[in-house]
Design a protein around this ligand. Structure first.
Ligand SMILES: NC(=O)c1ccc[n+]([C@@H]2O[C@H](COP(=O)([O-])OP(=O)(O)OC[C@H]3O[C@@H](n4cnc5c(N)ncnc54)[C@H](OP(=O)(O)O)[C@@H]3O)[C@@H](O)[C@H]2O)c1
Length: 292
């Protein structure tokens, strides 16, 4: 089979770097992107991947230009991995609007803008696949958690973006471009490194002890995570290419990764079903034709 062309965001470390190395090893072509690529992606030059500078918080027109440049390299882009992102931590009252907005710009509007720039090319090709990296770490895009307001908002938003795109391309374009959101639990990457998660001291005395505890907890998470990022990326590639452990299977709309992710999603689904059962009478009583 002809090799595929992947475009991956946030390739300096973690999942992004693994996507680059594993896809090159499989014989595919890779466009590895990242901010300050000349220095931060220098370690990937020997892989043979094409390297492009792409900060996903750039304005829409700049991202569009980078994607046009990327498309010229191999004349097509088959798979987009919207990987770039980071963990913003802090209870809602402590977080400035600027910090929440910066997280949304990177983790949500970044993937949205990159996807918007690539979709016309994929529609013209009449094929393509777009992956989003949601999250169950720090409860991410499925469950609220103290100190996770900003991060969770971005990952919940990616869940809805993925579902809406799935339905739009099913209804309008015969599923010619397909979409998936992966929902990893905790994986060993640089996500929880001491320089990546910023812990500001609490401004309000009521949050002081809590913020210190969160800081300690997150420092302990780093490199004690349950998941192996190389295995996580290998499984994501299996799913995206219907090979290995996903051979013969259709692309699922979403996929948890890791035992922690599976347990958290099951627990939330069960609790939601129980809530629907317990409150069913009241819930249906608001219908126009209801007898009450
Ligand atoms: N590791 C986990 O436990 C876990 C679990 C669930 C989901 N995720 C998600 O997985 C994705 C990858 O994270 P990771 O775990 O592999 O962590 P990582 O090792 O810290 O990698 C994050 C990557 O995102 C890049 N990035 C951040 N802001 C960017 C921007 N504005 N423009 C372009 N690139 C940017 C970083 O580049 P710099 O080096 O320039 O900062 C880095 O390459 C993220 O979306 C994260 O939320 C991770």
């Amino acid at each position: 089979m002809e090799s595929r062309v992947w475009l991956i965001t946030g390739c300096s470390s973690g999942f992004g770097e693994q996507f680059v190395r594993q896809n090159i090893a499989r014989g595919d072509k890779v466009i590895a992107t990242g901010r300050n690529a000349a220095t931060k992606l220098a370690h990937l030059k020997d892989t043979g991947a094409a390297i492009l500078d792409l900060d996903v918080t750039l304005p829409e027109e700049d991202i569009f230009s980078v994607i046009q440049e990327a498309h010229k390299i191999y004349g097509r882009i088959d798979l987009l991995i919207n990987n770039a992102g980071y963990v913003e931590s802090g209870p809602m009252e402590e977080l400035s609007i600027e910090r929440i907005q910066r997280c949304l710009e990177t983790n949500f509007f970044g993937p949205l803008k990159v996807t918007k720039a690539i979709l016309p090319l994929m529609r013209e090709q009449r094929s393509g696949m777009v992956a989003f990296i949601g999250s169950i770490n720090w409860q991410g895009g499925w469950c609220g958690h103290p100190s996770a307001t900003a991060y969770s908002a971005t990952k919940f938003a990616l869940e809805s973006l993925t579902e809406c795109l799935q339905t739009e391309f099913a209804a309008l374009f015969d599923n010619s471009v397909r979409f998936i959101i992966f929902e990893p639990g905790y994986f060993r990457t640089e996500a929880f490194s001491h320089s990546n998660v910023i812990h500001l001291p609490a401004k309000l005395p009521e949050y002081k002890a809590f913020c210190e505890l969160v800081g300690q907890h997150q420092r302990q998470i780093y490199h004690n995570e349950n998941g192996d990022s190389a295995k996580g990326v290998a499984r994501m590639i299996d799913v995206l290419t219907s090979t290995g452990m996903a051979a013969g299977k259709d692309l699922p709309p979403r996929l948890p990764l890791g035992t922690d992710s599976l347990e958290m999603i099951r627990t939330k689904c069960q609790a939601t079903l129980e809530l629907c059962d317990e409150w069913e009478d009241l819930i249906v009583s608001t219908d126009a034709m209801a007898e009450i």
